[in-house]
Design a binder for this molecule. Structure first.
Ligand code: SF4
Length: 183
């Protein structure tokens, strides 16, 4: 019986042991991307650590209440920060390399104002009462935020203010800029 020796030679050709980079198509065929979750530069730059990428994603979907609630997880005063924060988040926005930074603090203000206008109530669960109360000195943004988070954690709080009206800096020097009092 006749054997086709040339065919047999091709069939039993050994695998090459040289690097895949000898492929003229490159070695990409054999590589897989590695998934890593990292904090976005804008969130890393935000003093209160808001989850800005998630907030933006929810806004694009028209989920304004959920976006507002996402802010509240880190910052109970978006209406204040959306006006007086010097927005370091925007200084670190990746979009700046392309055209211009996303107007994060404007989005924050929009969500806060939308929440007030629509009398939204956040669907956030408060932890069971701990039966303890905490004294807070000062009724400025930091004191009010502390009272909010203590309340979410199940603690009562009492705020002490030396000035005749509450609000701290928001009732004083910032007020003419953006935090005008409602009549
Ligand atoms: S504007 Fe808002 S999101 Fe930006 S840094 Fe200030 S608090 Fe954070």
């Amino acid at each position: 019986m006749e054997t086709d020796l040339s065919l047999k030679k091709n069939l039993y050709m050994p695998r090459t042991s040289v690097t895949t980079e000898s492929n003229k198509t490159g070695s990409w065929r054999f590589l897989r991307p590695r998934y890593e979750e990292k904090t976005s530069p804008c969130s890393a730059a935000c003093p209160v650590g808001e989850d800005i990428a998630r907030i933006e994603m929810l806004i694009t979907q028209g989920a304004f209440k959920e976006a507002w609630e996402t802010i509240l997880r880190e910052n109970p005063l978006p209406g204040v920060c959306g006006r007086v924060c010097y927005h370091p988040c925007e200084g670190r926005c990746n979009r700046r390399e392309f055209d211009t930074a996303i107007a994060v603090h404007t989005m924050e203000r929009f969500l806060a104002d939308t929440a007030v206008r629509n009398e939204m109530k956040p669907a956030m669960k408060r932890q069971s009462p701990k039966g303890k109360s905490v004294a807070i000195i000062g009724s400025g943004p930091a004191g009010l935020a502390a009272a909010w988070f203590l309340n979410m954690l199940g603690y009562e709080s009492e705020i002490f203010e030396a000035l005749p009206e509450a609000g701290g800096c928001c009732a004083g020097e910032f007020q003419p800029i953006g935090c005008r009092r409602r009549s």
